[in-house]
Write a protein that binds this ligand. Structure first.
Ligand SMILES: C[S@@+](CC[C@H](N)C(=O)[O-])C[C@H]1O[C@@H](n2cnc3c(N)ncnc32)[C@H](O)[C@@H]1O
Length: 342
């Protein structure tokens, strides 16, 4: 993955490298609503499942899952499904996308010229996936979406918070919180050791997170190595912590559990919060373009159960399971909720 040169002082800039975009642009009060659509629901007590419908289930799975199940004669265990997913997803984050697009185009034309049609079909699929990834991640910055996440996470009443990230993968959102709330003590938890060693371990040290400076009250850029981060490889269900965190966060976790397990997942957040602490959760949006994305990227993304939901559906799960929703809304590709225990 490319390491980009970036200055220490706050430069409000964006630039696109071979694998990803960096973006330290701020937004004015007026622009805020461009990056987050906030609080469309006035009163959660007025919503019900009949009105909001159930989440959309993604049912096109990765070939790797099907192969594993054929070879082993059993369903892919959930833990293994995450190991396969994390490895597969990480390989896309580190691609030199322009180079791969060019190589993929050449290979596609060569197979067309020589009438190797089944090969051309596979190469066309790869070329399409590369284009989609280029647009969604490298150009639009839809996955990391720093401006959207800052808009969603800002303004919490915390000082030097202890932050727990459940199912942390590479830990991006906790690092963004760490920049917004200087002095944060971050604990990343994932039961796939590859996330600690590779997804987080190889997260680019030069990636700038825009946050606040306690010294000047203005902005400051933070890098991964400026933050206080501990990585715990463990099952969320066996963590030894009590009610000790100011913020408990998850990103893309709730939608991987069917309805009968959602209360338990929401409880995982509540269980580790100090009284008055914040739950922050995000899940992918059920918009048409996301449905298409998960269809086209099925081989890379879909090793395990997955739903796409609306903010109304996500909020109703939280509301029904004892959370008081303080802020809710959606950013480019995710819904987000900031809540406290009721
Ligand atoms: C969909 S990922 C989170 C999305 C993430 N932002 C990404 O880019 O991949 C969910 C993560 O939760 C982890 N996870 C799922 N169940 C877990 C559990 N019971 N204990 C610990 N980690 C878990 C998986 O290993 C995976 O890395």
């Amino acid at each position: 993955m490319m390491e980009m040169e970036w200055q220490n002082e706050v430069k409000e800039e964006t630039m696109v490298g071979p694998s990803f975009r960096v973006d330290t642009r701020r937004f004015s009060e007026k622009e805020y609503n461009k990056f987050v659509c906030l609080n469309p629901v006035r009163d959660w007590s007025m919503l019900n499942w009949k009105a909001v419908g159930r989440p959309y289930q993604v049912t096109t799975y990765a070939k790797e899952k099907k192969h594993w199940e054929m070879e082993n004669g059993m369903d892919l265990p959930v833990h293994t499904s995450w190991e396969l997913f994390n490895k597969s997803f990480h390989e896309w984050f580190i691609k030199d996308v322009p180079q791969e697009l060019s190589d993929s185009k050449k290979a596609l034309f060569k197979s067309l010229r020589t009438f190797r049609l089944p090969e051309a079909k596979a190469l066309a699929g790869e070329y399409l996936r590369l284009h989609l990834w280029n647009y969604v991640h490298r150009i639009q910055d839809g996955i990391w979406d720093p401006r959207g996440k800052r808009a969603l996470f800002e303004g919490l009443d915390v000082q030097k918070p202890r932050v727990l990230f459940l199912g942390a993968a590479e830990g991006y959102e906790a690092m963004q919180l760490g920049a917004l709330y200087p002095g944060s003590e971050i604990c990343l938890v994932d039961y796939d050791a590859y996330c600690r060693d590779t997804r987080f371990g190889e997260f680019p040290e030069s990636y700038p997170f825009l946050g606040g400076s306690p010294a000047t009250g203005g902005g400051k850029i933070y890098y991964k190595n400026d933050l206080h981060i501990e990585y715990v490889v463990d099952d969320i269900r066996s963590l030894p912590f009590g009610h000790e965190f100011d913020i408990v966060l998850s990103v893309g976790l709730l939608e991987h559990f069917p309805d009968e397990l959602k209360s338990e997942v929401i409880d995982w957040h509540r269980k580790f919060l100090k009284p008055g602490g914040y739950v922050i959760m995000t899940t992918p949006r059920a918009q048409l373009r996301s449905k298409l994305y998960y269809e086209i990227m099925a081989d890379i993304m879909n090793h395990t159960y997955r739903e796409l939901m609306t903010i109304e559906q996500m909020g109703l799960y939280c509301y029904e399971n004892g959370l008081d929703i303080l802020r809710h809304g959606y950013i480019k590709v995710h819904n987000g909720i900031v809540a406290k225990v009721r």
